[in-house]
Design a protein around this ligand. Structure first.
Ligand SMILES: Cc1cc2nc3c(=O)[nH]c(=O)nc-3n(C[C@H](O)[C@H](O)[C@H](O)COP(=O)(O)OP(=O)(O)OC[C@H]3O[C@@H](n4cnc5c(N)ncnc54)[C@H](O)[C@@H]3O)c2cc1C
Length: 261
């Protein structure tokens, strides 16, 4: 991003942008100061799809087809060709764009974790119903200990991630300084732990369905595919763990005894 007398010029490509082809507005995190250290000197700036809002240049939006899951969304890339937008389009404080985005992610990562929770919960309920109705050797398959115990364990795993997600959301809602300071530890926790656990839960529900689980009509294989992205977007599992380690290294030990734990 380069400053001119009347605006800012953007060049470059943003790959992987959900629903890019349908959005009217884009909040772009751009490198403002090329000499700044990594993660510094970035600014968030609004780009409208409407060419009438541009001062010069162009914006190309390309569809990226053939995804593994979440096929009800479209994925695209944005290519900025000398695109000049007015100075008033800056969002938040100039040079503090990464902080603006991280503040947003502290909340949205909990909502992303909830996607994984929904994937797992839906798969579990379908598997439970199937195990009660499907009969083999003159009895419902839930009466085979291998299946019944499996469902018992899945229920425990499901409830543990459900209330962990709700707890992180509750913390986010508290809006007091003490909770907000520690919030990233909890958002990163649910952002990595819920989809990782959901992946295992959904995989086990496919086992409960037997051969039927491999076919599209049971909807469990779709949940497996849809869930995989939750480990990636808005920060991968590895990035969440990096984030947690950074906080854990400095965590005040008094926190361990606090009413939050
Ligand atoms: C379907 C889809 C939709 C998306 N939608 C959006 C969107 O709307 N908006 C948006 O901004 N982005 C979006 N993304 C981008 C998504 O957030 C990134 O793909 C994701 O953060 C990973 O970045 P990357 O693909 O560049 O992988 P890379 O950064 O190349 O990572 C590759 C691997 O290396 C690991 N790695 C990288 N850096 C580190 C590190 N420092 N420490 C440890 N491990 C590391 C990663 O965890 C990963 O396993 C979307 C992606 C997909 C697939």
């Amino acid at each position: 991003m380069v400053e001119k007398s009347d605006g800012f010029v953007l060049n470059g490509t943003k790959i992987f942008t959900t629903n890019a082809a349908y959005a009217d507005y884009f909040i772009v995190l751009a490198q403002d100061d090329p000499d700044a250290a990594p993660g510094k000197g970035m600014t968030t700036i609004l780009v409208e799809k409407d060419p009438a809002s541009w001062l010069s240049g162009s914006l190309e939006i390309n569809e990226i087809p053939h995804k593994m899951g979440i096929r009800t969304t479209s994925s695209g890339e944005l290519v900025f060709h000398e695109l000049k937008v007015p100075k008033k389009n800056i969002v938040g404080e100039r040079g503090k764009g990464l902080n603006t985005v991280l503040g947003f992610l502290d909340e949205s990562r909990i909502e992303i974790a909830a996607q994984a929770l929904g994937n797992a919960e839906g798969a579990f309920l379908k598997a439970l119903n199937h195990a009660r109705e499907r009969r083999q050797f003159q009895k419902p398959i839930i009466d085979f200990q291998a299946i019944g115990h499996r469902l018992g364990r899945l229920w425990s795993q499901l409830m543990s991630v459900k209330y962990l997600t709700y707890f992180a959301a509750w913390m986010c809602d508290q809006k007091n300084e003490k909770d907000l300071a520690i919030l990233p530890l909890f958002t990163s926790m649910v952002k990595h732990h819920v989809p990782e656990t959901a992946k295992k839960i959904i995989d086990e529900t496919i086992t409960v369905f037997g051969g039927y689980g491999y076919f599209l009509e049971q909807d469990v294989e779709r949940r497996y595919r849809d869930n995989r992205i939750v480990e990636m977007y808005e920060g991968t599992v590895e990035v969440q763990l990096n984030n947690m380690v950074r906080i854990l290294k400095k965590l005040n030990m008094d926190f361990i005894d606090s009413s939050l734990l």
